[in-house]
Design a protein around this ligand. Structure first.
Ligand code: DAT
Ligand code: MG
Length: 148
């Protein structure tokens, strides 16, 4: 089953949105297979956001993502990578639709609440950066038969 990496950023943790965000993915019908509250080091931040190293906002991005704890998660489900991006909403909250997480809770691109992998390759890479295989749990739930 497809997996993706989702992470409540420091602003989402500070604004008490972990429960709200977990609830949205649960309610959708996806399954949580791993989660932890953690502090990102500058080294991990640099790896995670490596594709943005040359961008003018890179320094601010690393400072922000290391400014407090994040809630890192792995979610599983049919088409979960692309569908999660729809639930997360556009990168810039000025453009994210109401009903999406960023559309409902964020105002500015520098504090946009949540990260979600953007492709199958990113999902594998990011899950590997944040989680060891033994931290992820494979299990079945009867409710999944009413989703898929
Ligand atoms: P996303 O998080 O939607 O995948 P991204 O990968 O393009 O977006 O950028 C990663 C993060 O970098 C994004 O969530 C917020 C920050 N960011 C992106 N563009 C920015 C900009 N123009 N100014 C400041 N921060 C930006
Ligand atoms: Mg991205």
């Amino acid at each position: 089953m497809e997996r993706t990496f989702l992470m409540v950023k420091p602003d989402g943790v500070q604004r008490n949105l972990i429960g709200e965000i977990v609830g949205r993915f649960e309610n959708k019908g996806f399954q949580l297979v791993g989660a932890k509250l953690m502090q990102i080091t500058p080294e991990l931040a640099g790896e995670h956001y490596g594709e943005h190293k040359e961008r003018p906002f890179f320094g601010e991005l690393v400072d922000f993502i290391t400014s407090g704890p994040v809630f890192a998660m792995v979610w599983e489900g049919e088409n979960v990578i692309a569908t999660s991006r729809l639930l997360v909403g556009a990168t810039n909250p000025k453009e994210s639709a109401p009903g999406t997480i960023r559309g409902d809770f964020a105002v500015t691109v520098g504090k946009n609440i949540i990260h979600g992998s953007d492709s199958a390759d990113s999902a594998v890479r990011e899950i590997g950066l944040f989680f060891k295989e033994e931290e992820l749990v494979s299990y079945s739930k009867d409710a999944n038969n009413w989703v898929n």
